[in-house]
Design a protein. Structure first.
Length: 360
């Protein structure tokens, strides 16, 4: 008699909220979408998405782009006129995760400030603004913030903090951009709206394909004049899409149905964080868990972050490290439940026990 095969361990994927799958409603909307040529401005579904997106963040207009990186880079391209410098945080997405595109595409020098939580105050970056009309320096054309801040584990900017930096940028004659890839997570954590978090900004980009669960796409929002220029820059950068209303249709469903449910992801992240913190050898800064990300220090387990990730994978728990340091990142999203968070903790408890025994 043949041996009975052991059931495969169900994979719990906490690597990122980018792994989310579109909902059945999104798939139906995509299949039935009315489309046209968007390069000519004739796709009715994209036009509806852009109108809806602009209103949600309190802007006049918006532009559908394939990725958040393209949205950020179009904003830099337009605001800088491809010259000058950009002030940002040292480990923000624009500086760290976009392949040096600001320098490559827009000839922009990054002037950055290192922060523990991804935020900064006017006093922290005042020195980055050079004397006016001095040809020795690349004048600051743009100040950018990331809300939520990915590298520090989904930390948020408040309305007051954002206003301070916005006003500082404008006093110096610079534009102010928000990389709001997860701006709705930030609004939920701050108990406010995305529109209030973005008030007075010259542009904001947010993603549809993370916690909002759409398969593709981001929105770059701003004034009518800015979006007209952004449309031309998008074409130059290869972002002109034709009958992309099939993708935009999923984005409309995402904005209609997925924003409020982000609260579930935040609750599951807190549950996961508390569970991980209760495992000997794993340290979690619980007050720093503001949104849907958990950063766990695994150095006391006797494993490097890379070793921890590989062993977790063997137990069917997927996670990532942000660099070669001791921190491992877990991200909650629609496709991992409360029960999954609890199950992940129990599986990792056995992993850590193995690692600590090796240290003895």
């Amino acid at each position: 008699m043949a041996a009975r095969r052991k059931p495969a361990t169900r994979v719990l994927d906490f690597r990122s909220d980018t792994v989310t799958q579109p909902t059945p409603e999104m798939r139906k909307a995509m299949a039935q979408a009315e489309v046209g040529d968007d390069v000519y401005g004739e796709d009715p579904t994209i036009l509806r998405l852009q109108e809806k997106a602009a209103k949600l963040v309190g802007m006049e207009d918006s532009l559908f782009v394939p990725t958040g990186t393209m949205g950020n880079q179009v904003a830099i391209w337009v605001h800088s006129a491809r010259h000058g410098s950009l002030v940002c945080e040292d480990n923000c997405h624009i500086a760290l995760y976009e392949g040096g595109a600001a320098a490559l595409l827009s000839n922009v020098l990054l002037r950055s400030h290192r922060s523990e939580d991804g935020t900064f105050a006017p006093r922290d970056v005042e020195r980055h603004f050079p004397p006016a009309h001095d040809a020795h320096f690349a004048g600051v054309k743009l100040v950018a913030i990331e809300n939520t801040h990915n590298y520090t584990g989904g930390r948020t900017w408040s309305v007051a903090q954002t206003k301070e930096i916005r006003d500082q940028a404008h006093r110096h004659g610079a534009k102010f951009h928000i990389d709001g890839a997860r701006i709705f997570n930030a609004a939920l954590a701050q108990k406010t709206t995305a529109a209030k978090l973005c008030a007075g900004a010259d542009s904001v980009m947010f993603c549809l394909s993370k916690g909002l669960s759409a398969p593709v796409g981001s929105l770059l929002c701003g004034s009518h004049e800015f979006i007209a220029k952004a449309h031309a820059a998008r074409k130059t950068l290869g972002g002109g899409m034709r009958q992309a209303g099939h993708l935009a249709a999923a984005g409309i469903v995402a904005l209609d149905t997925m924003v409020d449910r982000l609260a579930d992801d935040h609750a599951n992240a807190r549950l996961l964080a508390k569970g991980l913190a209760g495992i000997p050898g794993i340290s979690v800064d619980l007050p720093a868990v503001e949104t849907n990300m958990v950063m766990a220090d695994v150095s006391a387990t006797g494993l490097t972050s890379a070793q921890f990730i590989e062993k977790a994978k063997s137990l069917g728990v997927l996670c990532l490290n942000r660099d070669a340091g001791p921190m491992v990142r877990f991200v909650t999203h629609r496709n991992v439940t409360k029960a999954d968070a609890t199950e992940a903790v129990e599986r990792l408890r056995t992993l850590v026990g193995q690692g600590r025994r090796r240290m003895v």
